[in-house]
Ligand binder design. Sequence first.
Ligand code: FES
Length: 323
Amino acid sequence: MQANTFKVRVDSIRDEAHGIRSFRITRVDGQPFDSYEAGAHIDVTAPSGITRQYSLCSDPALNDSQLFAVKRERESRGGSRSLHDDVGIGSELLVGQPRNLFRLVKDAHAHVLIGAGIGITPLLSMAYQLAANSQRFVLHYFARSEAHAAFLPVLSQEPFSGNVQFHFGIGSDDLAASLRGCLAGTARGTHVYTCGPAPFMDEVVAVGEATSTIAEVHLERFGADTAVSETGTALDEFDVKVLGSGKIVHVGKGETIVSALANIGIEIDTSCGEGVCGTCMVDVVEGDPEHRDHCLSKAERASNKVICCCVSRSRSPLLVLDV
Ligand code: FES
């Protein structure tokens, strides 16, 4: 769990779409929230005791409250189900500070946001930020039907109405053509941001990478079962050297870097423990990590300068980490 957590109160609850409910929260101590950039997510501990990560979908310029939305998952192990069933107005929840692995690129020429279903949540926050800064953007929202599309009233009004295009009922056979249409005519150097089910995002990446005007496709993955990670060449056992103290700890087969470091008194903050949230990310000074997370960008993986210690391992006998 993240070290820095605090209590919030649920001030309003709204059914945004079929199976999607939003929760507006304020701090119990009456303080404003710390500022955050669009694309950030928070840890939320449900009454069941289960902690999950949810993107903030509020306007990042407003810090008196925060908004997150939750899709009731059929396979829920108590996270989304408990938030839907056990939380009412006035309920108190434990949340963490915002963390962000899905930021807008500041000097991008233009931005295209492409979301599906509950994947609209970080993109809505991005749309607020882009509109406030008068930056060029289009938001494409794919949903099974109007009834499955969250935040329709907000997205249909100013300042978004001129920038949002809805795509309802597009089947998987037609998705690639639809996405090509979304990216046709984009300016050179456009950045694409996508969030939604894994096969949807895979298609956005494939179409984006085949479109010459697109500089990069950025994605937000939640749910370890749906993501792709590197596999295969990591060593069963390796050593980790702590940059500051020079201490070396052995990471055995089946052990994580987090637990090995805990054995020598170094606590790494964790949240999901599955490589999806980025809470346990630390800087790599030396060595060749094998990334088994689901949250680093392609560029971050290629640079080998950061590692998620809860799941990733090493291809070199020694990793030197800045912890
Ligand atoms: S704790 Fe979430 S990525 Fe490691």
